[in-house]
Ligand binder design. Structure first.
Ligand SMILES: [Zn+2]
Length: 284
């Protein structure tokens, strides 16, 4: 079980650079040593871990009180015009969720796909259809892992906040991954204040219920963007992102769950955010 001291867990996307060896097991130990709470295991270039290693990681993470999640492969595209690619995308999701289960991970995060030439409405319907099938299979397997559709940082990608929340309302078993950096980049940096962050979280609460804010999965990092949205991730202190105000909104709405940092120096930013969160909590 995750540490009881903090209801909001902070961790990194993948193995932190300062980890002595590049394995998820070494990363779990290193994250623990750094005073962090969570690790998102990256399947972004394929589900390459086997069941034995997954169970080994589970044992290590549980012994240290490190919570795990996984990130499904990047090449998922549930709105591909090619039926074969849509089937492969379903398979990537299923394999990610099954391996997440072996690991004892609570969530499997994924990018749903692109609009291509389709309208947002057509894309929504196509992705909903594919996801309903995946969720039905996972349900029949009694897989407890939460599939989490991510808010995306480019206007060409399916995954505005409204699309994600509506899909989560309509599909049983689907939950959001709130990538705040993506929301910021998608919106060309307009939403960058306490009120903006509060508005996003309040919308999640209004649409999905209070329990959604008691079990969030968040991605955050600094981000460079242009009119086409996200360009690359940056360290938070090197950007204009108002992460101090973000922390205040998260704290004021008593958000609980997991915050995964995706900055290049992910462990440094994750520790900084955790420190700010604890400071702010002490004051209030
Ligand atoms: Zn992602």
């Amino acid at each position: 079980m995750p540490p009881a001291a903090s209801k909001l867990l902070f961790g990194t996307a993948g193995v932190p650079d300062s980890t002595p060896q590049t394995s998820s097991i070494a990363a779990a130990a290193h994250i623990h040593k750094l005073g962090l709470d969570a690790l998102e295991v990256e399947f972004v270039r394929g589900v390459k871990i086997g069941p034995d290693s997954a169970r080994e990681l589970r044992a290590k993470a549980e012994s240290l009180g490190i919570a795990l999640s996984v990130h499904a492969p990047y090449y998922i595209n549930l709105n591909s015009a090619e039926p074969g690619k849509r089937l492969q995308s379903q398979d990537h999701l299923l394999r990610s969720a099954r391996m997440a289960r072996e690991m004892g991970a609570r969530s499997a995060v994924f990018h749903a796909g692109y609009y291509h030439a389709a309208t947002p409405g057509e894309t929504y319907d196509a992705i909903k259809k594919e996801l309903a099938q995946v969720l039905s299979i996972l349900k029949s397997e009694r897989n407890p892992v939460r599939l989490r559709i991510e808010t995306m940082g480019k206007p060409s990608q399916f995954g505005s906040l409204d699309e994600v929340l509506t899909l989560c309302q309509e599909l049983d078993g689907l939950a959001p991954c709130l990538d705040f950096s993506h929301l910021f980049a998608r919106d060309n940096g307009k939403a960058n204040s306490y009120l903006d962050f509060h508005r996003v979280l309040s919308k999640v609460e209004k649409r999905l219920g209070r329990e959604a804010l008691k079990d969030v999965h968040i991605h955050i990092s600094g981000i460079e963007y242009n009119q086409k949205g996200e360009i690359r991730h940056l360290n938070l202190p090197e950007t204009s992102y108002r992460y101090d105000e973000w922390i205040e909104a998260v704290r004021d709405l008593r958000v609980e769950g997991m915050v995964i940092c995706e900055s290049p120096a992910r462990e440094d930013d994750a520790r900084m955010l955790k420190g700010l969160y604890q400071n702010y909590s002490r004051k209030s």
